[in-house]
Design a protein. Structure first.
Length: 65
């Protein structure tokens, strides 16, 4: 079984973005921020986009192409 870090890394490197809800649904990750922190420490240049939709406020992570 691959780690959540590996699965999230592969997802981002394919050009996809990811939100905490998507991380939970796709990979069972409850702590996407911690996984992003780990990946950044390993050298990935992950950007954060703050999304505000009405009363919802969340982060969307991506790697610029």
């Amino acid at each position: 079984m691959r780690s959540q870090n590996e699965m999230i890394k592969k997802h981002l490197l394919k050009g996809n973005s990811i939100t905490p809800l998507q991380a939970l649904e796709l990979f069972g990750s409850l702590r996407l921020g911690a996984r992003i922190y780990d990946l950044r420490k390993k050298g990935l240049k992950i950007k954060t986009l703050r999304v505000v939709e009405g009363r919802k406020n969340y982060a969307k992570y991506y790697i610029p192409q």
